[in-house]
Design a protein. Structure first.
Ligand code: FES
Length: 210
């Protein structure tokens, strides 16, 4: 329940037994915080999606989505997550790949609030030896932590999740998602030799692009 107190320009929000008072507008650019969505004990400003704690008004974070080549002017971040920066058909074009790699290098990288402590995470299937992953690894050897997960494990692997401590072991020959990629499906994919080497075995092909 949300109720406005006009004189104080304060909103009262009740959550179960608890009562919270918060400013009517958000501390970023005075967005109409009172119209925000409630998530647990926080409220999300409808203007730029900053999330504020109902307990003490702290900014709890914000997620901004954009696309490769789009403007990021005026926006900073602590962590940038880049998901498949180019499609399979874009990856075979030198021009498209170079545009994406230049945007990552020149624009996205400059958006980290704290370049010394911020992180850029690139999640992608390998599509070309100089796609974003290939480009970053070649340009800055030893700087990036490279996590390579082939569809079919090539050797025994042990992966430990850094926060939960969960350990996942793969034996050579284990398939990553066997419920989706059955052995028959893997064999069908393997017949498409170059695609299999690149997309499913993470950059093992030497495609040069056009
Ligand atoms: S105005 Fe509220 S998050 Fe920007």
């Amino acid at each position: 329940m949300s109720k406005q107190l006009w004189k104080a320009r304060t909103h009262i929000i009740t959550r179960g037994e608890r009562i919270f008072a918060l400013a009517e507008t958000c501390s970023h650019f005075s967005g109409p915080l009172a119209e925000g969505k409630l998530i647990c004990n926080s409220i999300v400003c409808p203007h730029h999606n900053s999330r504020f704690s109902l307990e003490d008004g702290r900014v709890l974070g914000q997620m901004i989505a954009t696309s490769v080549g789009a403007t990021t002017m005026g926006r900073g971040c602590d962590t940038a997550i880049l998901d498949d920066p180019v499609s399979a058909d874009q990856a075979v074009s030198d021009a498209e790949r170079t545009t994406a790699n230049t945007w990552i290098d020149a624009t996205l990288r400059s958006r980290l609030n704290d370049p010394a402590r911020g992180a850029i995470i690139v999640v992608m299937q390998r599509l070309h030896e100089l796609d974003a992953t290939g480009f970053l690894l070649e340009q800055e050897p030893g700087v990036w932590t490279h996590v390579r997960l082939p569809l079919v494990a090539e050797e025994d692997e042990t992966w430990t999740f850094p926060f939960s401590g969960r350990v996942v072991q793969r034996k050579a020959g284990d398939i990553l998602m066997p419920e989706r990629f059955t052995p028959e499906v893997v064999e069908q994919q393997r017949a498409r030799r170059l695609v299999f080497a690149g997309q499913y075995h993470k950059g093992r092909h030497r495609s040069k692009g056009i």
